[in-house]
Design a protein around this ligand. Structure first.
Ligand SMILES: *Cc1c(COP(=O)(O)O)cnc(C)c1O
Length: 349
């Protein structure tokens, strides 16, 4: 791996971060706070929140088996993705490499930051080779994006190839694990110690059932997290979100229960899909959704919209011609979808 100094944009390396009132004073003993121009009324929402969310990080750290200093918390994983570009990629000069198809935010963030985005097409099993990623890279490649389980394909990427890439690439490898709670494979968090160029992304938006609170996590070396903290907005995670996340951390068992029933529903839904006349195939999945090839994705998508049922039409995505991406819902929701698809094609009355 290159040194962090070689990887970070020079202006970011030299940056002296904004120092907020809550950065400059963070002791516990004081009881009179006249330093941040807050309104003394309307407790507790009158006070600026902890800019580094230490209470929450101390709760997350033992669960993830990392140090609190190895955790970045942001306004969704999307903030962490954007910060990676802003910290490491010089606009108009550097580039990133990612698999295709994958989560759309990587390329959007690349465009916003004026950074070249290089695609490496997955094979027909939706797998990649480290060799191909490295062949697409050059001296200005700072980041590589992998998503496992991958969105929209649903499968885990080959662990051997990810490890090979981590060993051989001299920049950072970002492994987006938004769906890892649903996966039969272990997380890459355990690889952080051996691979200083690894960044793992997770989120409260999927298995944790908290998409509305906007809370994403990045895990990496203390030094990489330090750089992300240096350039983030000072109070990027609001107090209501921090409090709600703390409450969710107490409900670990509930998340496990949700995951278990969603996996059972997924198995049932996939089996029923395979029996549908309009279904050509269902791709293997390790997430809370699956990709299915149907007879006519656009027609079926519109038919379902008419019935008030929304799935994701992925037909225009590489390798996903005539594919729909279906999220696993509650049993009645899944039944409504199945019932509608069984009626599809039958004459309207
Ligand atoms: C849903 C999803 C996320 C989550 O993004 P948030 O901003 O945390 O809601 C991240 N990565 C992938 C691949 C996703 O599908």
């Amino acid at each position: 791996m290159k040194t962090l100094k070689e990887l970070v944009r020079p202006n970011i390396w030299a940056l002296k971060p904004y120092s907020s009132a809550r950065d400059e004073y963070s002791g516990k003993e004081a009881s009179v706070f006249l330093d941040a121009n807050e309104n003394p009324y309307n407790t507790p929402n009158n006070r600026y929140p902890d800019p580094l969310q230490w209470e929450l990080k101390r709760k997350i750290a033992p669960v993830k088996k990392v140090l609190p200093e190895q955790i970045f918390l942001g306004n969704g994983s999307d903030e962490a993705i954007d910060l990676m570009f802003r910290a490491f990629c010089r606009p108009e000069t550097d580039n990133v490499v990612a698999i295709e198809p994958t989560y759309g935010m990587y390329s959007v963030c690349a465009d916003v930051n004026d950074v070249e985005y290089r695609n490496v097409r997955l094979d027909s099993d939706f797998q990649f080779k480290a060799d191909d990623m490295l062949a697409a890279a050059d001296g200005n490649t700072k980041l590589m994006f992998l998503c496992s389980p991958n969105n929209p394909t649903g499968n885990n990427l080959d662990r051997k190839e990810i490890l090979s890439l981590l060993k051989r690439f001299d920049g950072l490898v970002i492994v987006d694990e938004a769906y890892s709670d649903f996966s039969s494979e272990p997380s890459f968090l355990s690889e952080l110690e051996t691979h200083p160029n690894l960044v793992v992304l997770q989120t409260f938006s999927k298995a944790w059932g908290c998409a509305a609170i906007r809370l994403g996590m990045a895990f990496a070396s203390v030094d990489i997290i330090g750089i992300m903290n240096k350039i983030k907005y000072p109070y990027n995670v609001n107090l209501l979100t921090q409090r709600e996340a703390l409450r969710m951390m107490e409900q670990h068992y509930q998340v496990k229960q949700w995951v278990k029933s969603l996996l059972e529903e997924r198995a049932r839904l996939v089996e029923e899909f395979k029996r549908l006349e309009c279904c050509r195939r269902v791709y293997p999945t390790d997430a809370n959704f699956f990709l299915t090839e149907v007879s006519d994705a656009k027609k079926i998508y519109n038919y379902l919209v008419d019935k008030g049922i929304i799935v994701r039409n992925r037909t225009n995505v590489a390798l996903c011609h005539n594919c729909l991406r279906v999220t696993v819902g509650t049993r009645p929701e899944n039944d409504a979808l199945l019932e509608a698809l069984r009626q599809y094609g039958e004459p309207a009355d």
